[in-house]
Design a protein around this ligand. Structure first.
Ligand code: UT7
Length: 314
C-alpha cells in the first residue's frame, strides 16, 4: 500500500442560521412530517439566514477548522472549496474564503461535482500534498442549496439544507492520511438532475427514483472496490461517511456490505441533504473518537451523474 498523505489536523462546520422542521414546511407546502421522515429520514434542515450564503458558511467552517487545528489562514498554502452554489460565477467561493480567513496570496479554487464535490476535492488535495505542491490544504465542502431549489416544489424543497464543513490537512509522515480514491462521471445521465446558478430562474430538477437506484448501487460498489484493491478488510473500517441524500439509500447500501450498520455516519436527520457539505459536516461529531490505524471511507454521488469514494487511514 502507498504512503498516506493528508493527515487531518482540524475540523469545523457551519450550518445555515434558520432551523426549518418538517412541521414548518407543512405550513407552506402540501407535505407532511410522516411522508418526509418515512421516505427520506429527514426531520429538520438548516436554511441560510439573511446575509448568509455558501461562501459565508464556507468561511465560518474554515475559521472553526483552523481554530481547532491551532492554525491561522497564513498557515495553509492551498484552499479548495467543493461547491456548486458559489454566490457568483466569479470570483470563486474559495477566493472569498481566502479573504475571510486572512490568507492573501494563497492559491484558491472551487471544485464543482455537485453532491460528489467533497470526494473529488479530497482526491485533488491528496495529490497536491503527495506531490509536494502543497504542505497544508484547507479542504471545504459547502453548499447553499436553498439558493437553487424552488421553495414551492415539494418534491425537492423538503430534501435540501445549507451548510459547510472544512478540514485542515497536512502532508504528514505517511502514517495517516488519504490512501486511495475512485472518481467517476457519466454526462449521458446529466438529464437526471440539474440546476442553474444561484439567482437564475432555472431551479433544481431531479428524477428522484432514477438517482435513487443509481446511488443505492454505486455506493456499495465503490466502497467494496476501494477496500479490496487496498487490501483493507471491512473490520478495519471504523466509519463510512456517505453523502446524505436519503436514509433509505444509506440503509440499502449498508445491507449489501459486510460493514456493520452502526459504523455508518448519518447527519441528514438534522441537516437534510447539504450536497458537497454533507460528508465534511460529519467530522466534528466523530473526530475525537477516531482510532489510529483504522480507516474512514467517504462516499459521494450526485448530479452529473458523478460518483467518488476516498479511503483515509486514521
Ligand atoms: O443528492 C443528490 C442525489 N440525489 C439523490 O440521491 C436523491 C435520490 N432520490 C430520493 O431520495 C427519492 O427518490 C426522493 C426522496 C426524492 C423521492 O422519494 P420516492 O419514494 O422516490 O417518491 P416519488 O418521487 O416516487 O413520489 C412518491 C409520491 C408521489 O405521489 P404519487 O405520484 O404516488 O401520487 C409524489 O407526488 O410522493 C409524492 N410526494 C410527496 N408527498 C408528500 C413527493 N414529494 C412529496 C412531499 N410530501 N414532499
Amino acid at each position: 500500500m502507498s504512503d498516506a498523505a493528508g493527515k487531518i489536523l482540524g475540523v469545523g462546520r457551519a450550518l445555515g442560521g434558520r432551523v426549518v422542521t418538517n412541521q414548518d414546511l407543512e405550513k407552506v407546502l402540501d407535505t407532511d412530517d410522516a411522508w418526509v421522515v418515512e421516505r427520506t429520514g429527514i426531520k429538520e434542515r438548516r436554511f441560510v439566514a439573511e446575509g448568509e450564503d455558501c461562501a459565508t458558511l464556507a468561511a465560518d467552517a474554515s475559521k472553526a477548522a483552523l481554530a481547532h487545528a491551532g492554525l491561522s489562514g497564513e498557515d495553509v498554502d492551498l484552499i479548495l472549496c467543493a461547491t456548486s452554489t458559489a454566490p457568483e460565477s466569479m470570483p470563486s467561493a474559495a477566493c472569498l474564503v481566502g479573504e475571510a480567513i486572512g490568507a492573501p496570496g494563497v492559491g484558491a479554487m472551487d471544485i464543482s461535482a455537485a453532491c460528489t464535490g467533497y470526494s473529488y476535492a479530497a482526491s485533488v488535495a491528496h495529490s497536491m500534498l503527495e506531490s509536494g505542491a502543497a504542505r497544508r490544504v484547507l479542504l471545504i465542502g459547502a453548499d447553499a442549496m436553498t439558493k437553487v431549489v424552488d421553495a414551492q416544489d415539494r418534491s425537492t424543497a423538503v430534501l435540501f439544507g445549507d451548510g459547510a464543513g472544512a478540514v485542515v490537512l497536512e502532508r504528514g509522515s505517511g502514517e495517516s492520511g488519504f490512501v486511495d480514491h475512485i472518481l467517476g462521471a457519466d454526462g449521458r445521465m446529466a438529464p437526471l438532475g440539474r440546476a442553474g446558478h444561484p439567482g437564475t430562474q432555472n431551479k433544481l430538477y431531479q428524477n428522484g427514483r432514477e438517482v435513487f437506484k443509481f446511488a443505492a448501487r454505486i455506493f456499495p460498489e465503490m466502497t467494496e472496490k476501494l477496500l479490496a484493491r487496498n487490501g483493507v478488510s471491512p473490520d478495519e473500517v471504523q466509519y463510512v461517511i456517505p453523502h446524505q441524500a436519503n436514509a433509505r439509500i444509506i440503509h440499502a447500501a449498508m445491507r449489501k456490505m459486510e460493514i456493520p450498520e452502526e459504523r455508518v455516519v448519518i447527519n441528514l436527520t438534522r441537516f437534510g441533504n447539504t450536497s458537497a457539505a454533507s460528508i465534511p459536516i460529519s467530522y466534528p461529531d466523530i473526530f475525537d473518537s477516531l482510532e489510529p490505524g483504522r480507516y474512514v471511507v467517504t462516499v459521494g454521488f450526485g448530479f452529473g451523474l458523478t460518483w467518488a469514494a476516498n479511503l483515509y487511514r486514521i
